[in-house]
Write a protein that binds this ligand. Structure first.
Ligand code: GAR
Length: 197
């Protein structure tokens, strides 16, 4: 049975686009919803252009009440009946209750070689540490931030003269290769770690 995939974004949605565009032909999944916590997220228009239903639930009016924000977001997600939830540049921390609801079927892409550099500013931290390589990870989402089982990683070199932006661009190109491949495997029931490069 074809798996139904909902994707959560907060920004430009370049990872979302690579996921959506990958789910064609004999792919075991299809996109059913792209939702954002930011009504102005550039990715919403890109999803709509591709004929994917979209939803926006602005988190700001909910202030610190994450549960109330999530309840509203959940209405849209549950109406789409997804089998798999993909976080793709979704920049809100989710409550344990929300995560429990999707346990074992929620993925995230994070711009570091986890377990290194959980949280924000991953590229600046890798540069400050003097690392010789960086990368990205796709992992299952669990209640601990950026901590669930790793499903795939891709590595890039850190080059002389890199700044956080040049490094982010190099890593993002790998994210676009890694995430679709991991999603395809995951939707087929394969949870082995995929190593690119
Ligand atoms: C990506 O680099 C993704 O790894 C990162 O945000 C960017 C979103 O870009 N995610 C996180 O930092 C999650 N904590 P996109 O909107 O173009 O896909």
């Amino acid at each position: 049975m074809t798996k139904r995939v909902a994707i959560l974004i907060s920004g430009g949605g370049s990872n979302m686009v690579t996921l959506v565009d990958s789910m064609v032909g004999d792919h075991p999944a299809r996109p059913v919803l792209v939702a954002s916590n930011d009504p102005n997220a550039g990715g919403l228009a890109k999803a709509a252009e591709r004929g994917i239903p979209t939803a926006a639930v602005d988190h700001k009016p909910f202030g610190k009440d994450r549960a109330a924000f999530e309840a509203e977001l959940l209405k849209h997600i549950e109406a789409a009946e997804p089998d798999i939830l993909c976080l793709a540049g979704f920049m809100r921390i989710l409550t344990p209750d929300f995560i429990a609801r999707f346990e074992g079927r929620m993925l995230n892409i994070h711009p570091s070689l986890l377990p290194k550099y959980k949280g924000l500013h991953t590229h600046a931290r890798a540069l400050e540490a003097g690392d010789s390589e960086a990368g990205c990870s796709v992992h299952e989402v669990t209640a601990e931030l950026d901590d669930g089982p790793i499903l795939g990683q891709a590595r890039v070199p850190i080059l002389d003269g890199d700044d956080p932006d040049t490094l982010a661009q190099r890593v993002l190109r790998q994210e676009h290769l890694l995430y679709p491949q991991v999603l395809r495997r995951f939707a087929s029931g394969n949870r082995d770690i995929l190593h690119l490069t």
